[in-house]
Design a protein around this ligand. Structure first.
Ligand code: HEM
Ligand SMILES: [Cu+2]
Length: 665
């Protein structure tokens, strides 16, 4: 029978974390260096990624400063190459990916009712390896200058012939180190999600963000080997005199493009699936309706994961692959738009007929759906080969991928930050300041990247540092009320508009950061479940205790926590199987006659803190940090001298040995 509830169950009262919230083993900074707690690792990922967001953003602002007006001399051509290369590399590998991993870490174990990830020390190793790899790429600034061959490092630009010095060595080796971090993390989350789910949480009862994490992990594991091979060959070409990529000596630059894009296209799904998962959590909560067509969203995501490996050559239509290959990749690319479109309709179906609350996270989620759709549509345009011949390397492409990466990924990630902020910090962000930040970022985003569509079809190529007055990418009319009337000025034009937009985004991000700052000064008053949310992490105190769940949660339906909050009514109804509904929409089915009923009800214990000393927890460890250091020294030695590599190997031996021999708990 159906049990309909007019209002959600009341949130549990706010409760301050008691003194024993942390374990005694280490204190202060050492406790962070040795932590294996997935929540702390998630926080460290999040903070580092956000810092790199600011770095990548400053690089973007410098690019836009240079391009604001024709014949500008704000930066040199060499600096410009470094700026766009490091802007792309930073945003992709050092911001969007690790920020998603921050949420995998913090949220996924809580969503599936686990005590931690499957391999807590491996998780710490992933983080330190990421951090050291990220710093390694950036310190090239102090030696030879920053990498400058574009984020996809095309050969032969990346060969020693065109890029002597060590810039590209820092880039290739640094990405290699980051790859190790990604692979270790991906295996960890695959094992965690497959093995550590709470009793009763079948795959089709799994929260949708966890589903996206699982699929993203598979994509990482299958995509990264391709770039690993590509980078090994590049490093051998550059350091050991082999010749894989340099055509005049018989190498094949197209080999690089194939290897890179076999990784690169799945990579764009690695970037977008986690934010899609976040949006798929946010929309139901603030529409007070379960995700519309949950199985279709899951299957569509799986389908995207598979087809994503069969479209890579759409980045290479202009390389002369021939009509057969071009037709195949055009068709496969258009095919992938189908499951993507399915998801867009599911998100709209979720909002349809819901009682929508326009909170800040919801605004970002709606912005995600609409802006991502614009970017997706221009993507389908590139799939048409003769059209792509014109788009290739123009600002139309820059507009396209920023609509998916910024309008999609970034809006999803910021929405996720605001959504889970009360869970992670116990505090609220201010809604009013949050809306100011949202509208500034949203308006700035469209001002920046909308005009790039026009510049692109007007023929403005990407990766140019300068353009002339007479090329048609500048110049506009302005009205002077003090005489002269309408006047034509050279400094005005779509490029100037884009630059003003970029600074508007920066202002919005500054307001967002202020919101974080003022929120951290407020008391922890968020309570366990401020949004009346659907998944298990919201059953815990905010911030969650170090051990996560006092009793293992028992899952009886999809949207487990929504169902659990409605259990008294379902039990009262005296039925063995109840259909739980919110605002007329089915949340889940709960079978209350199973022998675990007692345990199901015992979950109340999870709403409070208990003494963590009564819980079994993994020990902190120094060895993940030691191993990560060893790995980065090994890589750095190829540039700075082999003695450093030898030291790195010794570190690794000590690290792995100690890791193997120390007691895990
Ligand atoms: C603050 C907002 C941003 C602005 C103003 C901005 C601006 C730009 C501009 C003007 C370019 C083209 C440079 C050129 O071709 O000469 C560019 C390239 C690029 N951007 Fe952004 N961007 C922003 C945010 C992002 C984000 C959030 C991402 C990814 C998540 C991203 C990823 C990229 C990539 C991959 C490239 C290509 C780099 C290359 O050609 O090697 N950008 N950006
Ligand atoms: Cu692609």
């Amino acid at each position: 029978m159906a049990v309909t509830l007019p209002r959600p169950a009341p949130a549990a009262p706010a409760q301050a974390a008691p003194e024993y919230g942390t374990l005694p083993a280490y204190h202060g900074i050492v406790s962070w260096l040795t932590t294996v707690d997935h929540k702390r690792i998630g926080l460290m990922y999040g903070v580092s990624a956000f810092i790199f967001f600011i770095v990548g953003g400053i690089e973007a602002l410098m690019i836009r400063m240079q391009l604001a007006v024709p014949s500008n001399t704000f930066v040199s051509p060499d600096a410009y190459n470094q700026l766009f290369t490091m802007h792309g590399t930073t945003m992709i590998f050092l911001f969007v990916m690790p920020m998603s991993v921050a949420f995998f870490n913090y949220i996924v174990p809580l969503q599936i009712g686990a005590a931690d990830v499957a391999f807590p020390r491996l998780n710490a190793f992933s983080f330190w390896t990421f951090l050291f790899g990220a710093i390694f790429i950036n310190i090239s600034y102090f030696f030879d200058g920053l990498p400058d061959a574009g984020w996809f490092g095309y050969a032969p630009l990346s060969t020693v012939t065109y890029s002597p010095g060590h810039r590209l060595d820092f880039w290739a080796l640094g990405l290699q180190v980051l790859g190790v971090a990604s692979m270790a993390g991906a295996f960890n989350f695959m094992v965690t999600i497959i093995n550590l789910r709470a009793p009763g949480m079948t795959l089709m009862r799994m929260p949708i963000f966890t589903w996206n994490t699982l699929i993203t992990s598979f994509l990482l594991v299958f995509a990264f080997p391709a770039i690993t091979v590509a980078l090994i060959l590049l490093t051998f070409d550059r350091l050991f005199g082999t010749n894989f990529y340099y055509a005049p000596r018989g190498g094949d630059p197209l080999l690089w493009q194939h290897l890179f894009w076999i990784f690169g296209h799945p990579e764009v799904y690695i970037l977008i699936l986690p934010p899609m998962g976040m949006v798929s959590e946010i929309l139901p909560v603030f529409s007070r309706k379960p995700l519309f067509g949950y199985p279709f969203v899951v299957y569509a995501t799986v389908a995207i994961g598979f087809i994503g490996f069969g479209v890579w050559s759409h980045h290479m239509f202009t390389t002369g692959l021939g009509p057969i290959a071009n037709s195949f990749f055009a068709a496969s690319t258009m095919l992938i738009a189908v499951p993507t479109g399915v998801k867009v309709f599911n998100w709209m179906g979720t909002m349809w007929g819901g009682s929508i609350r326009f909170t800040t996270p919801m605004m970002y989620a709606i912005a995600f759906v609409s802006m991502f759709t614009i970017g997706g549509l221009s993507g389908v345009m590139h799939a048409v080969v003769p059209i792509d011949m014109h788009h290739q390397d123009s600002y139309f492409v820059v507009a396209h991928f920023h609509y998916v990466l910024f309008g999609g990924a970034i809006f999803g990630l910021i929405g996720g930050m605001v959504f889970w902020w009360p869970k992670i910090t116990g505090r609220f962000m201010d809604e009013k300041i949050g809306k100011w930040a949202f509208w500034l970022i949203f308006a700035g985003f469209n001002l920046t990247f909308g005009p790039m569509h026009f510049l692109g079809v007007d023929g403005m190529p990407r990766r140019i540092y300068i353009y002339g007055e007479n090329q048609g990418w500048s110049g506009g009319w302005i009205y002077n009320p003090f005489g002269g009337g309408w006047q034509h000025v050279q400094w005005l034009g779509w490029n100037m508009v884009a630059t003003i937009g970029a600074f508007t985004i920066a202002l919005g991000v500054a307001v967002f950061i202020y919101n974080i700052y003022q929120s951290m000064r407020k008391p922890k008053s968020a309570g366990n479940d401020p949004w009346d949310a659907a998944t298990l992490e919201w059953s815990l105190p905010s911030p969650p205790p170090i051990y996560n769940f006092a009793v293992p949660p028992v899952v009886r339906s999809r949207d487990a926590y929504w169902a659990w909050k409605r259990r008294p009514q379902a039990v009262e109804a005296g039925e063995t199987e109840a259909t739980l509904t919110i605002a007329g929409h089915t949340v889940g089915h709960a079978e209350f006659d199973e022998p675990v009923t007692e345990e199901y009800l015992a979950q109340e214990a999870n709403e409070r803190y208990i003494d963590p000393r009564s819980m079994h927890l993994p020990n902190p460890s120094f060895f993940p940090l030691v191993c990560a250091l060893g790995l980065v020294c090994l890589a750095a030695g190829l540039i700075f001298g082999y003695a450093l590599s030898v030291a790195g190997v010794l570190y690794l031996i000590v690290g792995i040995g100690g890791w193997a021999l120390e007691p895990a708990s």
